[in-house]
Design a protein around this ligand. Structure first.
Ligand code: KIV
Length: 256
């Protein structure tokens, strides 16, 4: 099995639907890689899922670089995508380039940025510098303060048109794939049909070329998950039971 890269992911459009997920450390990245997950996103969702924040906004470059390096050490075949945290590419294009390079040097095979038309020139500069970019349009969690909460986007014709324009701008700028987050399934299907590059949906219906799930949702590590999620395991319950059996057995002198 060969390692996945931006060209093979791009070439999978129309041939194979890819089930992709996040991971934030070497242990879970290795398990996902061994199970055949083709693309692992070191998402800034580590903010909510690992670091205990309410949003992704506090995640910084140090958090991302160290998680990307850990995930890259854990995988053999999966492509590793490093998410650019809030503030790492809104602070001028030269600084954004330097931050993308840091993620690549830490082991990312590509970077992901949120936004459409307004960041298209930056995406072009990155792809021309040899840094593969995975776009992210629709509901972009780093804009939570602009939305006033995590709300589905693209529900009006005007907003749907704007998201279509964003996706086309990022494709034209050279992105090899585009995340569609929390948009109506019909809009995701229209965008998927309009683009030559694959769409990777999350809460965007079944017609996308590929899907993301946040690892903590997929494995049932969080107590609750968004309604579009399918929990493929309940590892949170299993971990709680194991911790409590351990505490009990030590107290009772059963272990060691
Ligand atoms: O950070 C993340 O996990 C993401 C996915 C929701 C695509 O951006």
């Amino acid at each position: 099995m060969k390692k996945w890269n931006s060209s093979t992911v791009r070439a999978a459009k129309g041939k194979m639907r890819l089930g992709c997920c996040t991971a934030y450390d070497a242990c879970f990245a290795r398990l996902a890689d061994e199970a055949g997950v083709p693309v692992i996103l070191v998402g800034d969702s580590m903010g909510n899922n690992v670091l205990g924040y309410e949003t992704t906004l506090p995640v910084n470059m140090e958090d991302s670089v160290s998680a990307v390096a850990a995930v890259a050490r854990g995988v053999k075949n999966a492509m590793v995508v490093g998410d650019m945290p809030f503030g790492s590419y809104q602070c001028g294009d030269d600084a954004a380039m330097a931050n993308a390079v840091r993620l690549v040097k830490a082991g990312a095979d590509a970077v992901k940025l949120e936004g459409g038309v307004r960041i298209a020139a930056l995406v072009r500069r990155m792809t021309e510098a040899g840094i593969p970019v995975l776009g992210h349009v629709g509901m972009t969690p780093q804009s939570v303060n602009e939305y006033g909460g995590f709300k589905k986007q693209g529900k009006t014709r005007e907003s749907a048109n704007a998201i279509m324009a964003d996706a086309k701008a990022i494709e034209a700028a050279g992105a090899f794939a585009i995340t569609l987050e929390c948009v109506p399934a019909e809009l995701a299907a229209e965008i998927t049909a309009a683009l030559k590059v694959p769409t990777v949906g999350i809460g965007a219906g079944p017609e996308c070329d590929a899907q993301w799930l946040v690892m903590h949702d997929l494995l049932g590590l969080n107590d609750s998950s968004p309604s579009f999620v399918k929990r493929y395991a309940e590892l949170g319950d299993a971990a709680r039971k194991a911790f409590s059996a351990y505490v009990r057995e030590v107290a009772e002198g059963v272990f060691p």
